[in-house]
Ligand binder design. Structure first.
Ligand code: ZN
Length: 298
């Protein structure tokens, strides 16, 4: 974190990273230095958003960006745009997110998913600064993925749900999967809690002797292939606790090359791996939120 107390306080940017376990808010200068920040545990929407409003209303903001867990309604033709979609998180299904903050703070508010914002931030200041088209996935308590091109998320009517894509089962895997909607989708088979349940151990304590990480790479490689074959980004960054595990990106790269089997692999001028570890760690979403706020002022 950097402090810049001498900055022009009339051009501050507000940022919120909305997570399932905690909400973080920060105030940024135009050069992306943090001047103030806070965090609260995620409780109900009224209490949590109230804490965000209390903190942010103490600053002269130009705009506010939010990077949030999903699902979100981002389709501007829907009356509930800017709200949460159906989520197992108690109290949050259908809860409005943009509207109460916009009403209380009186500034423009922009919203992206946490992974969209992270993709944008990684391109601006992280592991993909020299690339135009960035795919990003977080692999941790859940799996989410997004693509950003030139600082803007690539979206259809709504944000992507690539964490729930179907996967081909590893031949040695008898695990049933844990997605409440699909069972053995990518998230159901390869998120951190799925690893813990399959191997009956804390993933942080597991080495690869039983093939734990080779199996994990086998699943994530299928997402690498889907991304390469759909939007063909310059790079695929993997973040989150599992994604940034030492050696994981290299294992996924190797597994994805085997999976693609020589057909339509991503080849970049100057070479270099397609699958790489993300660079911004836990701050990716918060910085991405600040970039959303910045874009609202342009
Ligand atoms: Zn699923």
């Amino acid at each position: 974190m950097s402090h810049n107390f001498g900055a022009d306080m009339t051009r501050l940017l507000g940022a919120i990273e909305a997570g399932g376990t905690k909400f973080r808010a920060a105030v940024f200068t135009p050069d992306m230095s943090i001047v103030d920040e806070m965090r609260v545990p995620t409780t109900g929407p009224d209490e949590t958003l109230g804490a965000m409003i209390d903190f942010l209303s103490g600053h002269e903001l130009l705009s506010l960006g939010i990077a949030s867990f999903g699902p979100l309604v981002l389709d501007p033709t829907q009356p509930d745009v800017g709200s949460f979609g159906p989520t197992p998180k108690p109290g949050w299904s259908g809860a409005p997110l943009v509207q109460p903050l916009e009403a209380a703070l009186g500034v423009p508010v922009g919203l992206q998913t946490d992974v969209e914002a992270a993709a944008v931030a990684e391109q601006r200041m992280g592991a993909a600064v020299d690339m135009q088209r960035v795919a990003y996935a977080t692999i941790g308590t859940g799996i989410g993925a997004a693509v950003a091109v030139d600082g803007v998320p690539v979206r259809g009517r709504n944000h992507a749900e690539l964490g729930h894509m179907p996967v081909r089962r590893h031949p040695d895997d008898m695990y049933s999967g844990r997605c409440p909607f699909h069972g053995d989708c990518l998230e159901g088979m390869a998120c951190g809690p799925a690893i813990a349940e399959r191997w009956d151990a804390d993933p942080a304590t597991l080495d690869d002797r039983a093939g734990v990480w080779e199996m994990e790479a086998y699943y994530i490689a299928q997402l690498a292939r889907v991304l390469a074959y759909s939007v063909a980004p310059d790079v695929f960054l993997i973040g989150g606790g599992v994604g940034t595990r030492p050696g994981m990106a290299e294992m996924v790269e190797e597994a994805s090359l085997a999976d693609m089997n020589g057909y339509a692999e991503i080849r970049r001028p100057g070479g270099g791996a397609f699958v790489r570890a993300a660079g911004l760690g836990e701050d990716a979403g918060l910085f991405g939120a600040a970039i959303i706020a910045e874009q609202l002022t342009e």
